[in-house]
Design a protein around this ligand. Structure first.
Ligand code: ADP
Ligand code: MG
Length: 384
């Protein structure tokens, strides 16, 4: 006897499918699932060996289909043949013929997302830092804007699973979330549409805005996000702003921070930022230990932000403390400069566009030259 789960999303074919299952002596209806979560639970617990789905089911994407197959479940789709093809589902029986399907054949696995162009010259740089707002987003904007030129496009991706901030920072008022749209397209087999979810904010700099609310993180699936980055890398260097959690406890099932961990693990370069004050340094030291569990080598660059005279520490003293505690020497010290950062935020522009000759911007440009592949162009001095 073969147990069947149906997830029809209210489609008109469901009664015919149920009747076909009841007619077939070797099939048994195990569950009518209301959503993807129930379908995956049924697959993981072995309640059903077959899943019959409607491609329009909310949240059903390539990752889910792959997971069902990985659980040993044979997947078939009724309704919307084009949607089924996009999801890589090859069994597409008429609902009243479910009894005739040979479920025993090895389940074909949907193809993996297209790999980035082999030998491609683009890079993916992830900006990470511990909790406490050390300036991950600020640094991501700074690096991306320093590297973007008219003949070198940079995609700045807001992948913070605690909620995005780059849209506000760069004055993009569009309500639509870039990452949600791009992940939906990638997860449904329409990776070519990923670039439609970019918005150009400065010459050569394309922004993919983040989550409008933190509770939407489950929509950013690791597999789909990987496809998004792979697609962007075909014609962009990619700078990714991520959250601070690294999913070290290896939570069973899906976790909020699994995406951050995946992005950090797969980046060409990870740039780490921490605050230069006592609390920030403590968090940075702990954070670097955690990061080492995910990527063993040293980060591509270590940035100390919010450096200010009031701390009473010279840069050399901070560097020595960090070296003693972590074995790493900071590459860049960024001054606390409310005038530059607040002006940029209020104008909705990058600090490079609003204060190109500031120390903050000039130091970031030197950093961009090293971590983005040496092609960043230094902005010419201009009155602020
Ligand atoms: N060097 C700096 N000088 C002044 N303000 C800064 C500096 N770096 C960051 N900020 C401000 O600190 C706040 C938090 O920075 P942000 O980059 O959003 O942190 P994170 O992404 O790590 O949470 C923002 O308001 C930003 O403008
Ligand atoms: Mg941020």
């Amino acid at each position: 006897m073969t147990d069947v789960a149906i997830a029809a999303a209210g489609a008109a074919w469901e009664p015919a499918a149920i009747a076909a299952i009841e007619r077939a002596p070797h099939l048994r209806l195990a569950r009518r699932c209301v959503d993807v979560a129930e379908l995956l639970a049924v697959a993981r617990t072995g309640v059903a060996a077959v899943a019959v789905v409607d491609p329009s089911l909310s949240g059903l994407d390539l990752d889910v289909v792959r997971e069902l197959i990985a659980c040993g479940v044979a997947v078939a789709a009724c309704g919307d043949p084009a949607g089924a093809v996009a999801l890589g589902i090859v069994r597409r029986p008429a609902p009243d013929r479910l009894g005739d399907v040979d479920w025993g054949e090895p389940a074909p696995v949907p193809p993996p997302p297209p790999a980035p162009v082999e030998g491609g010259r683009t890079r993916t740089v992830v900006v990470w830092g511990p909790t406490g707002a050390p300036g991950r987003s600020t640094l991501a904007v700074g690096l991306a804007s320093a590297a973007a030129t008219t003949d070198r496009r940079v995609a700045l991706v807001d992948a913070d699973v605690a909620g995005g901030s780059l849209a506000q920072q760069l004055g993009v008022l569009d309500d639509l979330s870039g990452v949600l749209g791009a992940c939906r397209a990638a997860g449904n087999g329409r990776a070519h549409e990923v670039v439609d979810h970019l918005v150009e904010v400065e010459p050569g700099l394309d922004l993919m805005t983040g989550l409008p609310r933190a509770d939407l993180w489950p929509h950013l699936r690791v597999g789909a996000f990987g496809t998004v980055v792979d697609r962007l890398r075909i014609d962009h260097d990619v700078v990714v702003d991520v959250g601070s959690g690294l999913d070290l406890d290896g939570a069973v099932g899906r976790s909020r921070h699994a995406l951050t961990r995946h992005l950090v693990e797969t980046a060409d370069a990870v740039v780490v930022v921490g605050r230069a004050d006592p609390v920030g340094l403590t968090r940075l030291v702990h954070g670097l230990l955690e990061l080492r569990e995910v990527v063993p080598g040293p980060p591509a660059a270590l940035v100390l932000n919010h450096v200010r005279p009031g701390l009473g520490w010279k840069e050399g003293e901070i560097a020595e403390t960090v070296r003693r505690l972590t074995g790493l020497v900071p590459d860049v010290f960024l001054p606390l400069d409310h005038a530059v950062l607040d002006t940029a935020a209020m104008l909705g522009r990058s600090p490079r566009a609003s204060a190109p000759s500031s120390t903050f911007v000039r130091r970031l440009e030197v950093l961009a030259t090293s971590v983005m592949g040496g092609r960043a162009v230094i902005a010419s001095p201009a009155p602020e």
